[in-house]
Design a protein around this ligand. Structure first.
Ligand code: UD1
Length: 330
């Protein structure tokens, strides 16, 4: 029997990366994580996956890793992801996301790695006119984060056209939330800005108040609406994307969400219900770079990959996030 395919996962010590590594372990792949540990944690990389600490900017280290190991695919998570930070530090985002992705694609081509899965974002659509958003909606990012990811998508697409053996899947994530339902890993960035994490930290008394950024959006309750997808369902989509490429399918792009959205106030209500605790809130102005609503059309993902989400329920998402947060010491 031939050995299981070996996969390089950049950013695999981070939130979505570590959950995908867990799904790859369980599917029998051999996994090497390459992560600079700037926001990831070594203990989030569960065995038998292996961790090599390193930055994508260290091209010599990356090159020797790719020369030593015969990877059949790369799943590329490593990136900066916070929209407001991208507005205050745009060059950091273009360097860390776009330039380092270019270097990784160059390294993949040099070592003839054939398959590449790229973590993109709903932020490439900006403020979409029509909801739910399908993959062919206009691309109009409204912040440097979204632009840094869209440029990476274009670079990847051009590389694929120039080198026919090289194929990719781009996954555009909507709002990823929740934690491994068995409590092994979760969102571990202490100061993570994600709404559900911030709300759980607030009810647990680790954050004084939850700020509601904007109550004057053109939505039923005036707060922003997002499509929250459970990280375990998203992790599974990566395993299916690998199988899609291994079956010689064409390069493609998929939106990853559930197809329905929740407002900030609905999330607050869910966190209060699940925790049984009150949540202190404070109304603040809109956050720059935030669209009013983002809801995915996930039909293509469901149809092409036969993706069957198991946690499409906001209470399950909040429950796993809350339990993870509760068992943590900070
Ligand atoms: C998130 C991702 C981003 C991705 C996008 C896709 C992170 C850090 N950001 O951005 O990478 O491109 O989804 O849709 O994962 N909010 C509050 N108070 C808070 C925090 C948030 O009111 O303390 C509101 C926001 O204004 C927004 C919603 O909650 O309406 C979600 O915000 P957040 O969890 O920060 O994610 P996004 O900015 O949507």
């Amino acid at each position: 029997m031939s050995p299981a395919p070996k996969i390089l996962v950049t950013g695999g010590a981070g939130y979505i990366g570590s959950h995908t590594v867990l799904a790859l372990n369980e599917a029998g792949y051999r996994v090497v994580v390459y992560d600079n540990l700037s926001s990831g944690h070594p203990e989030a990389v569960l065995p038998p996956a292996k961790l090599l600490a390193g930055d994508l900017g260290d091209s010599a280290k990356l090159d020797s890793l790719l020369a030593e190991e015969q990877f059949s695919a790369i799943i590329h998570f490593a990136a900066s992801i916070v929209v407001p930070e991208s507005i205050s530090h745009p060059l950091h985002y273009y360097h860390n996301n776009t330039i380092k992705t270019t270097g990784l694609i160059q390294a993949a081509l040099k070592h003839q790695i054939r398959h590449f899965i790229f973590s993109s974002t709903a932020a490439v659509y900006g403020s979409p006119e029509h909801l739910p958003v399908s993959e062919n909606a206009p691309l109009n990012p409204i912040n440097p984060y979204g632009r840094s990811k869209l440029m990476s998508e274009w670079i990847l697409r051009d590389a694929t056209q120039a080198y026919p053996y090289f194929r990719h899947v781009i996954l555009r994530y909507f709002n990823v939330a929740g934690a491994d339902p068995r409590g092994r890993i979760g969102q571990s960035t202490p100061e993570a800005t994600h709404l559900i994490k911030a709300a759980c930290r607030t009810v647990l008394g680790r954050k004084e108040k939850l700020e509601i950024f904007g109550t004057d959006y053109p939505t039923p309750d005036g707060t922003g609406i997002r499509d929250y997808i459970h990280v375990t369902d998203l992790a599974k989509a990566h395993v299916l994307a690998l199988e899609h490429l291994a079956a010689d399918s064409d390069s493609d792009i998929f939106n990853c969400g559930y197809g329905h959205g929740y407002s900030v106030r609905e999330i607050i209500a869910a966190v209060q219900k699940i925790s049984g605790l009150p949540l202190q809130t404070h109304t603040s102005p809109r956050r720059t770079g935030d669209p009013a609503q983002l809801v995915a059309d996930p039909e293509k993902l469901r149809r092409t990959f036969n993706w069957k989400p198991q946690f499409d329920d906001i209470e399950k998402i909040v429950k796993s996030a809350y339990q993870w947060e509760k068992q943590r010491p900070y």
